[in-house]
Design a protein around this ligand. Structure first.
Ligand code: ZN
Length: 444
């Protein structure tokens, strides 16, 4: 039954990607209205928030009030449509975390996800079991995996190990799951034993596998990354090391944001999330190459915990249309989170620098950098922590020189940069690995 539903989803999702602009707009509007009616009928929070206000067009929809993670959490019990009480579900989530018990559904019906924020504000996300069970096929339909790789033997490294994810074994597809907490040796053994040809994992996990690459005997043809930003340089590095195609899925606790087409270009999943992008002056972005400082999303498929016009922290830039012909907007770059901006002085004024630039500058400095972190304690000063594959006495000077030179192009002339060598472990809790930490108080 799951496989059958999965195939139907697979075909439907592929059809959506070929929608004309008008079809897409109509589809989105229809889904938004459906969600709105469900939310106002079943969620006291939304009923109160909208106070009878409705919408007929997308332009009117843009005028509905915004929500964010804080509001969502403050009104958790009234917001969700399944009668889940915040205190009870928090207690459940913590207990499950403590006991490492990921085998049961909440109330036999829901998957509970947790996310942490920079200021420590946890988010709790509810997904209905039936939707979760369909997610592997959504990933597949949207992963750009070419059919010539059949049969797919996929290893999916999950940051959040959840119940909907049972192994699948059929003639054309086998899908196995491992937690990203699994030791590297065990992951490599699993890759070899199962003859994995498609590896799906967050970039930080792929980085951990690189030193052991010579022990991988299986012919990995495709690497799919998700959960963290994949920089162009990292993508190239993975391509070179694995001798495989590398594509990216852009996913958040709030929804399946974007995934790659057959050309490896990232497109917004317009049928799963409705994404509004705003520039620095709060104008709706309709053109490519404008930095989206604010992203407002509506999850079109999750009715258990409706997220309608929910403000996210991510910054992205759109690209020109793709040669694959899809009208799903193409993403040029995921710049990272607004929280991750780094601040310096330029002519005595504050000047921010995008985190993705730092990723690039650091990665291109040396192949020996396995992982890194950039920490800002005060404006104009950063500490870069490096975890090296092999020791290298020249790296500190080379990186300081590189960062100083690159920052000077922005008119930032006297940055304070300190470099520290440190073994960087992935987080023990199921939090996302964070490469940037800003404690300067600037990003509040
Ligand atoms: Zn494309």
């Amino acid at each position: 039954m799951r496989i059958l539903q999965g195939m139907i989803d697979y075909m439907q999702l592929n059809r959506h990607r070929r929608y004309s602009k008008d079809q897409l707009r109509n589809y989105q509007l229809k889904q938004l209205k459906k969600l709105y009616h469900h939310a106002t009928a079943n969620s006291p929070f939304y009923r109160k928030l909208y106070g009878g206000r409705s919408f007929e067009t997308l332009e009117d929809f843009y005028k509905l009030p915004l929500i964010n993670k804080q509001l969502m959490m403050d009104n958790f019990t009234d917001l969700n449509t399944c009668g889940i009480v915040k205190e009870a579900v928090s207690e459940y989530a913590l207990r499950r975390e403590r006991d490492q018990d990921h085998l049961h559904y909440y109330q036999d019906q829901y998957v509970i996800g947790l996310s942490s924020g920079t200021s420590g504000n946890k988010g709790i996300y509810i997904t209905d079991r039936s939707l979760t069970e369909r997610l592997p096929f959504v990933f597949l339909a949207r992963s750009g995996i070419p059919l010539r790789l059949l049969p797919f033997r996929i290893l999916f490294m999950l940051r959040v190990f959840s119940q909907g994810f049972d192994d699948i074994n059929s003639r054309f597809i086998s899908l196995s799951y491992l937690s990203t907490m699994t030791p590297v040796d065990a992951v490599i053994e699993q890759i070899n034993t199962l003859k994995i040809n498609v590896l799906m994992a967050p970039p930080s996990m792929i980085n951990r596998l690189l030193p052991g690459i010579s022990e991988i005997t299986s012919d990995i043809r495709l690497v799919v990354t998700y959960a963290e930003v994949l920089s162009l340089e990292e993508k190239e590095k993975f391509k070179r090391t694995f001798q495989a195609e590398v594509i990216e899925i852009y996913q958040a606790s709030e929804g399946q944001m974007a995934s790659a087409c057959k050309y490896g270009h990232l497109h917004v999943n317009e049928d799963l999330v409705f994404v509004e992008l705003y520039d620095e002056r709060n104008q709706l972005i309709k053109e490519p190459d404008v930095v989206g400082h604010r992203m407002v999303i509506t999850n079109l498929v999750n009715h258990a915990q409706p997220l309608i016009r929910y403000e996210m922290n991510d910054m992205i830039v759109l690209d020109t249309p793709c040669r694959c012909g899809s009208n799903f907007r193409r993403i040029k770059k995921v710049l990272g989170r607004h929280d991750d901006l780094l601040y310096f002085y330029r002519d005595g004024q504050e000047q921010y620098v995008f985190p993705d630039l730092f990723v690039r500058w650091i990665i291109v400095t040396s192949e020996k950098i396995r992982e890194f972190k950039v920490i800002q304690y005060r404006i104009n000063a950063i500490t870069v922590k490096l975890d090296l594959i092999d020791s290298d006495s020249t790296i500190e000077e080379a990186l300081t020189e590189k960062l100083t030179r690159e920052l000077s192009h922005f008119g930032i002339l006297e940055p304070e940069i300190s470099i520290e060598m440190e073994r960087i472990e992935l987080p023990k809790e199921r939090n996302k690995f964070k490469r940037f930490e800003n404690h300067s108080g600037r990003n509040r």
